[in-house]
Design a protein around this ligand. Structure first.
Ligand code: SAM
Length: 246
């Protein structure tokens, strides 16, 4: 069996994330939360009927939300994709027994999406890859990997953790992070205004775009608001690559 605290390559920025919890909590969550505090707001019901759905979790971490969907909803399969060796090993250790309904995959989501056109009915990022990958690169790749009419859901920060408002353009913020050996480095996080996300989703081939701000629960020790984005892969032929009208 894979260890819950495996050795990580020196560059694994997610080496520490969720490790303490994994030592004591091996359960499949009874419900899914979209909020930053993981303690309030809507759950998986916003996804609609998941009967037979092929689902991809974009930056799944330990795979807790993917495990919830695989166990408590009638999906065909959930691919739990994460680029971190530590997170992937944790997901395999905690939820490997849920195969083939749950499939932890160790790869960069953008590369995986590009290799699987029209393969999924639902893609979601719950404070996952959509927060840490350039939307100009990620969103077109997600659109390509969704079947026409497929759904994308993104839960991301509605503002910076400092309380400052989100960026008014597609700009990443450099934030401090620690490598497994303790040295400090920086990572990039995209915290964007709802209208910036909406424009980027529209340009990437999505329609029916909805953005909702979910306030942190008053009692939440992690008091950041969540921006919940939902969009549908356009059913039209690829408008992004259409030649200009003569
Ligand atoms: C804050 S964690 C969230 C994990 C999980 N969704 C959760 O809520 O516990 C962000 C995760 O996204 C993953 N990630 C970020 N960018 C990624 C990318 N381009 N491809 C795959 N995984 C990515 C990281 O490795 C990390 O495990």
């Amino acid at each position: 069996m894979t260890s819950a605290s495996p050795a990580a390559p020196a560059s694994d920025l997610w080496h520490h994330y969720g490790r303490r919890r994994a030592q004591t909590d091996r359960s499949v969550p009874e419900r899914l939360y979209w909020t930053w505090g993981q303690d309030s707001g809507p759950g998986a019901e916003i996804l609609g009927d998941l009967t037979g759905a092929r689902v991809i979790d974009l930056g799944s971490g330990a795979g807790r939300q993917a495990a919830h969907l695989a166990v408590h909803h009638p999906v065909d399969r959930v691919d739990a994709v994460d680029a971190s060796a530590t997170q992937h090993a944790m997901a395999r250790d905690l939820y490997g027994h849920l195969a083939p309904r749950l499939r932890p995959l160790h790869t960069d989501v953008t590369a995986h999406l590009r290799e699987h056109p029209a393969a999924y009915d639902l893609a979601y990022s719950l404070f996952g890859a959509a927060c840490f990958t350039d939307p100009a690169v990620l969103l077109p790749a997600v659109a390509d990997a969704l079947r026409p009419g497929g759904q994308l859901v993104i839960a991301t920060l509605a503002h910076y953790l400092t309380g400052q408002p989100p960026a008014a353009g597609i700009r990443a913020a450099a934030i401090p992070a620690k490598l497994p050996d303790g040295t400090t480095t920086t990572m990039f996080r995209w915290v964007l205004d709802a209208h910036v996300w909406t424009k980027a989703l529209d340009g990437a081939g999505f329609t029916a775009i909805a953005a909702e701000r979910l306030s942190a629960a008053a009692s939440s020790p992690r008091g950041a608001d969540t921006l919940l984005l939902r969009a549908i892969r356009t059913a039209e032929p690829d408008v992004r690559s259409a030649p200009p009208a003569a």
